[in-house]
Write a protein that binds this ligand. Sequence first.
Ligand SMILES: Cc1cc2nc3c(=O)[nH]c(=O)nc-3n(C[C@H](O)[C@H](O)[C@H](O)COP(=O)(O)O)c2cc1C
Length: 400
Amino acid sequence: MTVDLSVDFCGIKHENPFILAPSPSTDNLDLLIQAFEAGWAGAVLKTVAVDSRVVSRVFPMVTRVEQDAAFIGLQNIDLVSEHTVETVERNVRILKERFPTKIVIPSIMAFAKEDWQSLTKRFIAAGADIIECSIWHPHGTEWTLCTKVEEPVGTEQIASWVKEAAGDVPVIIKLSALDSDIIATAVAVERSGADGVSAINTIKSITGVNLDTLIPYPNIAGLSTYGGLSGPALKPIALRCTAEIAQKVDLDIAASGGITTWKDGAEFLLLGANTLQICTAVLRFGLGIIDEFKQGLEGWMREKGFQNLTEVIGKSLPYLVEHSRLPRGIQVVSTIHKELCNGCGVCLSACRAGGHQAIIWTDGFPQVEADKCIGCGICRAMCFLKAITLIRPSRAKVHV
Ligand SMILES: Cc1cc2nc3c(=O)[nH]c(=O)nc-3n(C[C@H](O)[C@H](O)[C@H](O)COP(=O)(O)O)c2cc1C
């Protein structure tokens, strides 16, 4: 069976759904050329402002976020592109001349209407396929590179200015999960006439505090500041935003936030994303990760009988309902699979701490007292060996 990975996003054909998200990787022409040669379908260039020279970056600008030594994300205090608008325009021209079928998306940030519109026109004249607007950015506001907009009214206004200048060229607005109501903002984007959204940007965060020096990370010569969280830690929030926007708003969605493997990408597509933007995974594993993304997605689609991405996009949305519509009265109980259990006791302590005291200890192993178990799932959630399933007592083989 032939599988077609191409996708239509805002009316523009992409050879596959994998796009580089704006980051230092997309601020460098050589890297962009390598990325296109490696098979990425397109790139959103690092955000550029009218006058990037007012910005003074500090280093280090990226910190690892971890839990029990495992990588769960990055935090960055990067600002906008290190290039002038002229350089980015030239890069767009070079990329489009050399790779006419790849999708080149400048990301712009501005303060006044004239600036939003002139940046849009300049990049379209240079050959941009789509314009992405970085509307709200904590550091951008501080450095007066962009307006601190009142959501959703401010977003609607900026989106309509940019769309007015862009004409037939698609405009997408990058949304932030920091917004108190991302759906209201997405609806405002729809009203503005813009074509899509890119969701989500990093989330303002603090990585941690060094308990010796008492200085929060990142330590910049003795001081610290807030930064944007990206990577795996962001994925559940980004999935929720993607699904909610797909359910409630009629706009194309470029999803970003924690896409690390092709499986993550497939989940975002199933929840309504039309394309996928990837940043942290590229910084972590390199541009070559595109091969695994494409092969993994293609193999899974073949196995599931999906011939193209139109059959995949949004396929999981009908299963997402309001809490009140979830089926009631279906009892499940925990079952411990002894052959997988190493007797660590984490389930016992979890059940004692927050469950219904339904796990007892027998012969060095946990055992569930079915009449006490309400099927809350805390023990299963804590079992890192995945030795616990929830089953319906009446249909002993139905695992939930
Ligand atoms: C170092 C760094 C720089 C970034 N710069 C930008 C930027 O200039 N403009 C922008 O819209 N997003 C920027 N982002 C956010 C990413 O484009 C992306 O939306 C976010 O990191 C979530 O995706 P990820 O989890 O795949 O990294 C940056 C992220 C990082 C880590």
